[in-house]
Design a protein around this ligand. Sequence first.
Ligand code: SAH
Length: 508
Amino acid sequence: MGNGKVWLVGAGPGDVGLLTIKGMKVIEEADVVVYDRLVGMGILSLIPDKARCIDVGKTSGNHMMSQEGINKLLLEEAKNGNRVVRLKGGDPFLFGRGGEEIELLVKEGIPYEIVPGITSAISVPAYNGIPVTHRDFTSSVHIITGHKKKDEEYDIDFSALVKTKGTLVFLMGLSELGSICKGLSDAGMDKNMPVAVLERGTTAKQRKVISDLSTIEETVRLNNISTPAIIVVGKVCSLSKGFSWYEKLPLAGCRIAVTRPKELISGLSEKLRIKGAEVIELPAIRIEPIKENLALKQSISNLASYQWIVFTSPSGVNIFFEEMKSMKADIRSLAGLKIAVIGEGTLKMIEGRGLYADLVPSRYDAENLGKELGAICFEGDRMLIPRADIGNILLVEEIKKRKNVVIDDIPTYRTVYEGSRIINEKEEFQNRNIDYALFTSASTVRGFVSVTEGLDYGLVNAVCIGAQTKKEADGHGMKTQMAEKATLDSLVRLVEELHEKQRQGNEK
Ligand code: SAH
């Protein structure tokens, strides 16, 4: 009690990269996150597990919680001593009811902070190549709510707006587009004034239509533009065609689910985001180190008795070295051992610890590792393999086929399947909201399947890192593709190729 506080945080317009650094920090420290519909899926997927999440989603007409209810909720949670993050789309103080939400907090003396966000009013035009001001065209920009109470007249002074000659940005105006255009045109605006309607800006589903004051309503109808969308009126809209950039990124328009375990996910997500993809992080598995692992401890105490140590996953490396650390085992106790790793990701992990591999197989899988290791090791060698409890048996079999060796195959972690608490994976795939699911191991496929039971897997475009992974995905009836090499870069390249083909197909 007593330490509760509320942060009103703007999540930006959708693109994860447009959440502020301060916003992210506050979310990382939150006990409770209260969010609504406009907050992008990508951002929701970043909320740490320890935070309780409350969806007060407010799509117009489908109110889940009244404004009063939300105000009370924030108060209650803070009074109970929680660090409460109220996460809102765009900026909390621009048509975000931020003012209403702090009134009660002020009255009750609850401390709070406001973390402004990037508003859709400026960023969505920017992602569509529209600068809301430009010295050649306009010297002001006006942001207006297009919301109108049913059966009431607009409380907007259209003739004052027209007189400013400024760019006009209407939020929440799509359903009243006709009245807005009529209001402006009755007030004397040129019928040829360019107008843009921008749907779901800064996300993979971003779309725009541009025409003029007299035709935009028809254009919007023909293209089935839907909410959320903003309306931009002004000469700057004519710049959009020449200035557009987002669509040109190699993975623009692509929404990708990444299923790696949480501690490994960000590297892959970043590679995809840089290329313009919208990434939803849906870790399908969690790595759980085996506690009080006596077999592992014993091996670490006797490292000098081995000739080889073999790593078959990044998690395997991390857990092994964490155990060494907890035992205060010196890195030099590995001095006499040769090191074999299964592939590039695992190699990077050991290199990060100042070690280099003596063997990386030419093809990155357990079977090949076994074959190549079996070929170069000596009779009677002792090998330590600290790895998952359900490690691929082919590794050991292939080595033993070739040499008579002693292998300590020690389980160091198990894989736990889990789904997102916030995002309904099954629904998103069923509704075709996600273009590709990336799988970096057979266990991520199994994890994904365990949390999407009943999904029609024919709807899942599974992009798989290697043969084992593909086999697992094929077994569930997914549409599968396999990377040329078992590396993250090769996986990303494959997604690019698939997306490019898809785009060309759409253009035809
Ligand atoms: N506080 C928010 C606005 C909330 S009002 C902000 O600063 O952006 C909700 C309206 O914002 C929607 O009706 C729509 O007009 C606009 N909007 C929000 N996100 C959008 C997006 N990604 N693309 C297009 N319009 C968006």
